[in-house]
Design a protein. Structure first.
Length: 206
């Protein structure tokens, strides 16, 4: 793949600052898997509204060129602000990416690691469904990361899946001396595994 992949999303996609290492969004690991340039405009805490309001979307569009791919993954933070017009905001991103000559690709949000026994508990409500419906309505490629990460976490199980996330016991990691149990944000391994899923699907699409 030689075209540029441009990413819009939240912290599960974003490149994390060094003081949070090894926490990482999957977008930070994508370049190694796609074999081409990746520009990551995702930001921690971003919603479909704040990404535009803070100028990140405008910056992405300025770099988008004919034939590039724009990958969109939101939902974690939009869910916390249910009055936001999530689907309409995504549709606007799609139209503007197309207007720049790029191919928009929709992603459902990656799952949080929340188990009930051996099965994962969905935590995103109707948001993944809205993304799937928009992709179908607009004839767009879809990367169903909700489904893919559900399969990944359940295959590893409640204990094994911890290795994908930022989990450290007290004293285990110098940047997390008091320990951490974050079931939303990946460590390097988890980000790399999800990036490989995204890259595989992009190679099918492009």
């Amino acid at each position: 793949m030689t075209r540029t992949v441009l990413l819009a999303g939240d912290s599960t996609v974003a490149s994390c600052p060094a003081f949070e290492a090894p926490m990482s969004g999957w977008g930070a690991q994508l370049g190694a898997h796609v074999g081409g340039p990746v520009r990551n405009f995702a930001k921690g805490g971003a919603t479909t509204a704040s990404h535009r309001a803070e100028g990140l979307w405008a910056a992405l569009l300025r770099e988008a060129a004919l034939g590039d791919v724009v990958v969109l993954q939101f939902g974690h933070n939009d869910q916390k602000e249910p009055d936001l017009p999530y689907r309409d905001n995504l549709r606007a991103f799609v139209e503007e990416a197309r207007g720049a000559g790029a191919l928009p690709v929709l992603c459902t949000p990656v799952q949080r690691r929340r188990f009930d026994g051996e099965r994962l508990v969905p935590t995103h409500g109707g948001y993944p469904g809205q993304v799937r419906e928009l992709a179908a309505a607009e004839g767009l490629p879809l990367i169903d990361l909700t489904a893919a990460t559900t399969e990944l976490y359940e295959r590893l199980g409640p204990e094994g899946s911890k290795a994908l996330f930022t989990h450290f016991a007290p004293g285990e990691h110098p940047l997390y001396p008091d320990g951490v149990a974050d079931d939303t944000h990946f460590c390097f391994r988890g980000a790399d595994e999800v990036a490989a899923i995204v890259a595989g699907r992009l190679k099918e699409i492009c």
